[in-house]
Design a protein. Structure first.
Lengths: 114, 113
């Protein structure tokens, strides 16, 4: 299994509070991704990174920001959490672009916004 | 974004039966991936396909990259209770960003002992 950890694994927070989720990898992979998973929607890409300090938006990026100051860490921040951001968040990594972009997933963070 | 149509949405089978599921799209993909997700865990990669027509096996699992590059199939032979879970297909398109996978919505498999 790819060395990917996510923290925290579970979090309950209140509407309007800031939240930061962390993804840490020990594989030295170049690419990192944040997804959210919701019933009826499957996995949707929030943001991704193609190198240190290089990030771009995915399909559901509104309300989220990311940062990657080191190869091994990719942070997802909800500046002001809303109930619609209650979800399970997965980090993924990959090392090759193009046709060989095989992504490996972390264990997930379950976030509840009350 | 592009959509992958994954079917069936759910399956209820008896232990020992074979299972087939598929993903289709109106767009061409140059990579197909199949993942399995157990409750409370992240998706785990089962099989990766990189060439049209490719047929790849992983134990009791066999997946094929459709010749038109618009579909992929996953078969599970002689199912066992631990096959229970959600199976996702994912595709990577030609051109544009090479980083973004498109995911199907999953097939929920239940195996009755």
């Amino acid at each position: 299994d790819a060395g990917i950890t996510q923290s925290p694994r579970h979090k309950v927070t209140e509407t309007g509070t800031p939240v930061t989720l962390r993804c840490h990898q020990t594989e030295n992979h170049r690419y990192m991704y944040w997804y959210r998973q919701d019933p009826g929607h499957g996995l949707r890409l929030i943001h991704y990174s193609y190198g240190v300090k290089d990030t771009d938006k995915g399909e559901v990026s509104d309300g989220y920001s990311v940062s990657r100051s080191k190869t091994e860490d990719f942070l997802l921040t909800l500046e002001s959490a809303t109930s619609s951001q209650t979800s399970v968040y997965f980090c993924a990594i990959s090392n090759l672009a193009g046709a060989s972009n095989t992504q490996y997933f972390g264990p997930g963070t379950r976030l509840t916004v009350l | 974004g592009q959509q992958l149509n994954q079917s069936p949405q759910s399956m209820f089978i008896q232990e020992g039966e074979d299972v087939s599921m598929n993903c289709t799209s109106s767009s061409i993909f140059n990579t197909w991936l199949w993942y399995k997700q157990d409750p409370g865990e992240g998706p785990v990669l089962l099989i990766a396909l990189y060439k049209a027509g490719e047929l790849t096996s992983n134990g009791r699992l066999t997946a094929q990259f459709g010749i038109t590059r618009k579909d992929s199939f996953l078969n599970i032979s002689a199912s066992i209770p631990s096959d229970v879970g959600i199976y996702f297909c994912a595709g990577l398109q030609s051109g544009g960003s090479n980083y973004k996978l498109t995911f199907g919505k999953g097939t929920l498999l239940t195996v009755n002992p």
